[in-house]
Design a binder for this molecule. Sequence first.
Ligand code: BDR
Ligand code: CA
Length: 321
Amino acid sequence: MDRRKIIIDTDPGVDDGMAIQLALNSKEFEILGLTTVFGNVDVELATINTLRLLHIANRNIPVAIGAANPLKGTFTYGVPFVHGDDGQGNTWVPKSPLKPIELSAAEFIVQQILAHPGQVTLIAIGPLTNLVLALELNPTIADVVKEIILMGGNAFCAGNATPAAEANVLSDPEAADIVLGANWQVTMVGLDVTHKVFMHNSVLEKIAENRTPLNAYVASTFPFYRDFFVKANKIEGTYVHDSSAIVYCLKPDLFETVQCPVRVETTACISKGKTWPSLGDSDHEEGDALVPWKNRPKINICVAVNSSEVIDFITQRLIQS
Ligand code: BDR
Ligand code: CA
């Protein structure tokens, strides 16, 4: 089988852990590496958490350390009330002996895309800073990357970090605006669909019955995260945001998309981090109203999803040994 070359850019994060497990369990993928970024936790902890997941999975895959801060400003605190103080549901499992590689995330992304022209898919499940740093290092990667699939944004629905904005985009809105405006193919797997992909407690329990080391570990990280959603969203389970992006890569037919340019609100206002699609024909409309969207590429925005099949797919992949 010709395996699909991917790099996962991540900020683990409980749901990042499940997404990484899902990718590791998917033989369709050749995972070239994982790159880390601040977000749910600081980048040091994100790297520790990524290396631990790989060690428990007994997989030796390069991990490159990425951005500690957004393009503008400084990373402050993450979201311990969602993912725990350790980003892994307060499980505090010891560090793994694995070490990151010498290259930075941006250097690694550039190296791999240039080494495999037209073949590398970047799956970004954290803030988008590393992608911009890679673009700045070598803008030609936009011409030779296969595609970008990102978990982030909210085109036609409310946010989760604020009423206006989704967490990954809000963490670095300037980076998101650059990524959504660059000349490469982007699919946005945002809250429009991930808030429909809901994993019930009974499914989490079923997955936890498979006691492979990685499964036992990832399952142990979920109760804290699930309890956040039970309290905040009054649901009997969790959303699986980052896994949804992995499923899109493997099974795009389970999603419906629309194509239009997207801008991100970057100014300091109540809508900061909102992803705004242009519904009109921004290249041809008269007047100035659509100028900010003009000459921007069309983003593939996921707007509907077969959520029961997505949940079944994730479940099957996670209960296999
Ligand atoms: C995104 O934010 C993080 O908390 C999750 O890991 C996911 O990537 C959802 O908005
Ligand atoms: Ca994430």
